[in-house]
Each structure stands twice: as C-alpha cells, then as structure tokens.
Design a protein around this ligand. Structure first.
Ligand code: KIV
Length: 271
C-alpha cells in the first residue's frame, strides 16, 4: 500500500490510528515551500522542518547554530506548501534547554508565527518538564531519543547510540517518561533495531525511526540524503531514491553549454 487517500488531513490522532492499525507512518524533512508542496502532493504523512536545515540549507557542520528566527522562516515556507501532511517543527538548540518557561515561549512563537501543527525537541528526563508545559498549552510535542544531534559535542561522534545496557536502559525509561508527559510520538535515531522494537512494542504512541530499523511505527529521512543531493553522507541506514546531484549538475552543464553556444534562447523562446 502506498498512499492512504482516505486521509484528508493528517493529525496526531491519525498517526495514533495508523499505529493501532499496523500501518507504517512516512515522514520526510522539508525546509521550503516548493519541496513541501511536492512531498505533500505525493502523500507523505508527516513533514518535519528539521533543524538539519542548519546543515543542509545553511552549510553548518552541526545543528547547533540555527536560530529560532531561522526555523520560523523555514517553517512558515513549508506550511504554505502543505495541505494534507502534519507539519512538525524542531525547537532549535538554545530555545528550550534553559527552563520550561523559555521552552514554552519558544514553542508559542513557532506556533503563532508559522501555523505549524506540532513541535519536536530532543532529550528525555531532562526535558520532561518542558514537554508537560508545552503540551498543557495545547501544543502537540514529538520526542527525539537515541542520537540527538544537538548534543553532538557531548557524544563526540555520530556512531550508533544505546548499544551499552546503561544507555539502553536510560532510553527505555526516557521513552516512557516522554509518553507520560504527553508526547504524541517519539523519533528514535540510530539505535539497535532490537531496542527500537522493544520500545515500539512497549509504547502506545508511535515511534518514528531513522537508522533504528524495521520495527519502528514509521520512518523519517532527511530529504537531501534520500534524494541524493547530499552525496557525501552514506550511512548504512540510508536508502537513496534519486541521484539528484548528478541530474542537476548535468542539467546545469547543458544550460551553460546552450548559453555559451548561443543555442539558448532560440527564436521560439523570445518575444
Ligand atoms: O533535524 C532533523 O532532520 C531530524 C531528523 C534527523 C529526525 O531531527
């Protein structure tokens, strides 16, 4: 089954129903109007305005530099391109870690200024108070556990997380805390498939995996990775559906040639 045409507008309730019915959830990142519109029309369930915009849109080495204002700009553009999908926006680094009051203020800014449907933030126990406060303001929150890129300087590397029992136990506990705090779903990034299976079976809310194997309730990929725009990034978990870097380079080379050879524009392409 590809696209569920019965769903008119995807909501957090829809995702819950998909999990209950055993139908997988599809999620992809987008950062602008045009791609969001294409993904929405293709029938994607969830569009994530990820703070990976810091890497793939702005060229930073990590997700840390992107600001709340910049996330709001990207989110507003994505919302304008979306009719059906649920749009989830990342709270960027520094916009929620200090305390729950700051977290709520950042959350309200995103919701008010972009029209987004839900937010995502990284971490477990340490963000539970913020999750509760945001949820109690009526804003749906998605959690994010495992490899959490905003903490990359604490981890030191992007290797698979929670392979050791102590870290796996913390993740098990954090996932329950996030569910109890009111999260509607949790992203599990780069953890062993068996651990993701266990967590997905234990939680009532859906899990969305990236590098977390086949047992998650849904999957998410960064658009630049799955479309083959970003060719340097080749982790084992990534499936590339297009070689857009090659396609774009070849198209632009042909255009340059046509201009240089005075072949473009032709008589029929002028007024
Ligand atoms: O920012 C992002 O793209 C993400 C995904 C990797 C889940 O958080």
């Amino acid at each position: 089954m590809s696209v569920n045409k019965q769903i008119r507008k995807v909501t957090t309730n829809t995702l819950q129903k998909l999990k209950t019915n055993g139908e997988k959830i599809s999620m992809i990142t987008a950062y602008d109007f045009s791609f969001a519109r294409l993904f929405d029309q293709a029938g994607i369930d969830v569009i994530l305005v990820g703070d990976s915009a810091s890497n793939v849109m702005a060229g930073h080495e990590s997700t840390l530099p992107i600001t709340l204002d910049q996330m709001i700009y990207h989110a507003g553009s994505v919302i304008r391109g979306t009719e059906r999908a649920l749009v989830v926006v990342d709270l960027p680094f520094g916009s929620y870690q200090s305390n729950s009051e700051v977290a709520l203020a950042s959350a309200i800014r995103i919701m008010k200024e972009t029209g987004a449907h839900a937010l995502k933030l990284e971490g477990g126990e340490e963000v539970v108070e913020s999750v509760k406060r945001i949820v109690s303001a009526g804003i749906p929150v998605m959690g994010h556990l495992g490899l959490t890129p905003q903490s990359i300087h604490k981890f030191g590397t992007y290797v698979v997380r929670a392979k050791e029992e102590a870290e796996a136990n913390k993740l098990r506990n954090d996932s329950m805390l996030l569910q109890d705090a009111g999260c509607f779903a949790v992203v599990l990034e780069k953890i062993p498939a068996e651990l993701a299976k266990e967590v997905s079976e234990k939680l009532n809310i859906p899990t969305i995996g990236i590098g977390a194997g086949m047992y998650c309730d849904g999957q998410v990929l960064v658009m630049h990775d799955m479309l083959g725009i970003n060719t340097e990034f080749k982790p084992r978990f990534l499936r590339t559906y297009l070689n857009l870097a090659e396609e774009v380079t070849s198209a632009v080379k042909r255009y340059i040639n046509d201009v240089k050879n005075k072949d473009f524009p032709s008589e029929s392409e002028q007024y």
